[in-house]
Design a protein around this ligand. Structure first.
Ligand code: ZEM
Length: 288
């Protein structure tokens, strides 16, 4: 076949249909490996794509998803990245089957696939990331510290180029997944449906009563009524701060607005610092 021949000749230029095959493989593995956590690797794939991208510094134009430098010990061992080997290992067979894709493109594409397969919005995506060597690892401390509040959130996310509205829209990702005591030290999920993207994170922030969890672990919050859900200090900062809270209220009331803004802001996150050769983005077909 043409693609194989072109690849053998070293001139293989993947097209949208080739990236769709990568997407489909990830979607298939997500279904097959339902033994993980709440039944899905989806959340940890989203966290991998976010931690690859969220190291971006707009001033020095360093970090971001270009490079996939989390493969190497200095960055892979940063405390914030604890547990992400699970996501990288999950993607290994995909990289083996499609050796032409860079790890850095694969990680963000997997983030897109995970979000779409967990009933989130379509996230337009484009290729163009190159893997870089260990010398491009970012310094520790670029990702947010969950024990802090609004001042820290603004410092970290403004550095990437995000405003208040975007910070709140991005935080809606915490509808997904959970905290693990052996990773971050925190414990528990934010919502009752951690493998489906909804605006429940905002609804719960607004509607539940939250109190400090009484335990030996780091300071976190639990819902008073069921004591099964959690919020980080940085999550609670979104309803302490007037400007942040106005967006939490908006997304709690309007799921469509959340889905729309989440798509835009995640697209922007995954593109930070990438020297694209193309303006054109592709939108992947979701399975079924
Ligand atoms: Zn998270 N996040 N995050 N986040 N995150 C965790 C888990 C997940 C913060 C944070 O400290 C933590 C964004 C923003 C911020 C996801 C996506 C996104 C955990 C738990 C912590 C502590 C890790 C563990 O123990 O496994 C902080 C302080 C943030 C600042 C606002 C953004 C932005 C995200 C994507 C757009 C996801 C999906 C998870 C769940 C991972 C899993 O394994 O279930």
């Amino acid at each position: 076949n043409g693609a194989e021949q072109a690849k053998a000749a070293g001139v293989f230029t993947p097209k949208q249909e080739d990236y769709q095959k990568v997407y489909d493989k990830i979607a298939q593995l997500l279904v097959e490996h339902d033994e993980y956590d709440d039944g899905s690797y989806g959340p940890v794939l989203v966290r991998l794509a976010w931690h690859a991208s969220g190291t971006y510094d707009a001033e020095t134009k360093t970090g971001g998803s270009n490079g996939a430098t989390m493969r190497f010990p200095p960055e892979g061992d940063h405390g914030a990245n604890a547990g992400l080997h699970a996501a990288r290992d999950f993607l290994d067979p995909v990289q083996k089957e499609f050796p032409w894709i860079t790890y850095s493109d694969l990680w963000t594409l997997a983030g897109v696939a995970a979000i779409q397969e967990m009933q989130g919005p379509k996230i337009p995506w484009r290729p163009g990331r190159n893997d870089r060597d260990v010398s491009y690892c970012t310094p520790d401390g670029r990702l947010p510290d969950a024990s802090k509040e609004q001042k820290h959130l603004r410092a970290i996310f403004n550095r990437m180029g995000f405003n208040d509205q975007e910070i709140v829209a991005l935080s809606g990702a915490h509808a997904l997944g959970r905290c693990h005591t052996d990773r971050s030290g925190f414990s528990g999920p934010w919502t009752f449906s951690p493998t489906v993207l909804t605006n429940d994170y905002y609804k719960l922030l607004m509607e539940e009563k939250w109190a400090y969890k009484k335990w030996d672990g780091p300071k976190q919050f639990e819902d008073v009524s069921t004591k099964t859900l959690m919020m980080l200090p940085t999550d609670m900062a979104l309803i302490k701060d007037k400007s942040f809270k106005s967006y939490v209220e908006k997304y709690a009331k309007d799921n469509d607005a959340f889905m729309h803004d989440f798509s835009n802001v995640v697209m922007k996150l995954f593109e930070l610092g990438v020297p694209f050769q193309t303006e054109e983005r592709m939108t992947f077909k979701t399975s079924e």
